[in-house]
Design a protein around this ligand. Structure first.
Ligand code: GLU
Length: 457
């Protein structure tokens, strides 16, 4: 039988499978669950015809992968990017299953999107596209069935249009999307949640390695990306006393040359520019002060550009750290790598980081790696909280949501750490594997619920 090649999905599956080995050795009956969980419950693909500003018909491919509903309604974002295909959405949906399990909330896993390119489109075209996309998607989602949200290319503006379209087509106002505007069922802290949650997760890693009093003060932080995740991660790092050295986009990296790094004013200015799909060079070139405060590195990612850094937070897209870049991070003295993006590191890069862990004599020698499905779970966690608020028709305060987010990230970290310790604390290794811990903990939660519901026996 010939098989369709799905490189990104196969990579995500292989990452999970390889780290499950020590668990499956002790629990061989779960091999069956692994075989079953890797096939989506349902995939919907559809045609999206929309009208551009010239009145012409444009066509794109739309998808929703409803991967697993053992723990709750399918939950996961929508990605709008020309690279979108089934392999990418299956990898994202697969990751989402275990990530969502790690939040401890009642949410299954799914992902969707379209090969539509939002770059260069007018607001009117974005709105027309969102309405056309939802015309078909609305048949397949619902507050108890499947609740999409944002991902690359889908922010507050797009969620608003998609929500309005769903309401018109179905004549119902309900929590069918998360990331909504605050005035129509959105949750406080949802835009910030992925970036903040990432920083909260790493705070626990730092405390574990350097002691309970340790934190971000003075830490040099490389961040890639400049979208929603990167911006709020940067904002939180700055608030906690860290120094943000870099942000990047598909065209290149902006590197700070000043000791204070990126400031809140920089982040506040970059946010709206990114919504308008402008590039970081436009920001860099906008004043002479900025020209001297940053250097711009066309075509480069941040990882090999500095001689010294402490933390790396890949927050752009999948496979954004190669093996060589991972080695450059080790050489620069980075001690913590945590993904704000999904599958930010290639398997070869993960192998480089994990090798520092198994060979280290002391905790200080480890470049400790946290996979996105654990460290970026804060976004979908607050989506889960948005669903709860919608069901109860209430809105929690900013402080209430932030506190719940912090608790979820702490529990997620502890779960990864403890499960990792149980299965991977090889003799002599200084720290447990957080990637194995995340994968095993997430997998067991999902597999057990599937078994209880008769999905495998
Ligand atoms: N796209 C985000 C993720 O990768 C959020 C999904 C959601 O909120 O449903 O987790």
């Amino acid at each position: 039988m010939s098989r369709v090649s799905e490189p990104e999905f196969e990579q995500a599956l292989n990452e999970l499978t390889s780290t499950l080995a020590p668990f499956l050795e002790k629990n061989p009956s779960y091999e069956k669950a692994l075989k079953i969980v890797q096939i989506p419950e349902r995939i919907i693909t559809f045609r999206v015809v929309w009208e551009d500003d010239k009145g012409e018909a444009q066509v794109n491919r739309g998808y929703r992968v409803q991967f697993n509903s053992a723990l709750g309604p399918y939950k996961g974002g929508l990605r709008l990017h020309p690279s979108v295909n089934l392999s990418i959405l299956k990898f994202l949906g697969f990751e989402q299953i275990f990530k969502n399990a790690l939040t401890g909330l009642s949410i299954g896993g799914g992902k969707g999107g379209c090969d539509f390119d939002p770059k260069g489109k007018t607001d009117n075209e974005i709105r027309k596209f969102c309405y056309a996309f939802m015309q078909e998607l609305s048949r397949h989602i619902g507050p108890l069935t499947d609740v999409p949200a944002g991902d690359i290319g889908v922010g507050g503006r797009e969620v608003g249009f998609l929500f309005g379209a769903y309401k018109k087509y179905t004549n119902s106002f309900s929590g069918i999307l998360t990331g909504k505007g605050l005035s129509f069922g959105g949750s406080h802290i949802r835009p910030e949640a992925t970036g903040y949650g990432l920083v909260y997760y790493v705070s626990w890693m730092i405390k574990h390695v350097e002691g309970a009093e340790a934190g971000w003060k003075g830490k040099k932080v490389l961040i890639s990306g400049s979208g929603n995740v990167a911006q709020y991660a940067a904002e939180k790092v700055i608030a906690l006393g860290g120094v943000v050295l870099s942000l990047s986009d598909s065209k290149g990296t902006l590197l700070s040359t000043s000791p204070e790094g990126f400031t809140n004013a920089d982040i506040a200015a970059i946010g709206p520019m990114k919504v308008a799909h402008k590039s970081l060079t436009d920001y860099h070139q906008s004043t002479s002060e900025l020209k001297s405060k940053f250097t711009y590195h066309a075509g480069a990612r941040p990882w090999a550009l500095v001689e010294k850094a402490d933390v790396a937070l890949p927050s752009a897209t999948q496979n954004e750290i190669s093996e060589d870049e991972a080695k450059a991070l080790v050489k620069a003295g980075v001690k913590y790598v945590a993904e704000g993006s999904n599958m930010g590191s290639t398997q070869e890069a993960i192998d480089v980081f994990e090798a520092t862990r198994t060979s280290a004599k002391a905790v200080g020698d480890v470049v400790w790696y946290a996979p996105g499905k654990a460290s970026n779970a804060g976004g979908v966690a607050v989506s889960g909280l948005e669903m709860s608020q919608n069901s109860a028709r209430i809105q929690w305060t900013r402080e209430e949501v932030d506190e719940k987010l912090q608790t979820i990230m702490e529990k997620c970290y502890n779960n990864c750490f403890e499960t990792g310790s149980k299965y991977t604390k090889e003799t002599g290794s200084a720290l447990p594997s957080l990637v194995a811990g995340a994968n095993i903990a997430g997998f067991v939660l999902v597999a057990d619920a599937m078994k209880a519901q008769g999905d495998w026996w």
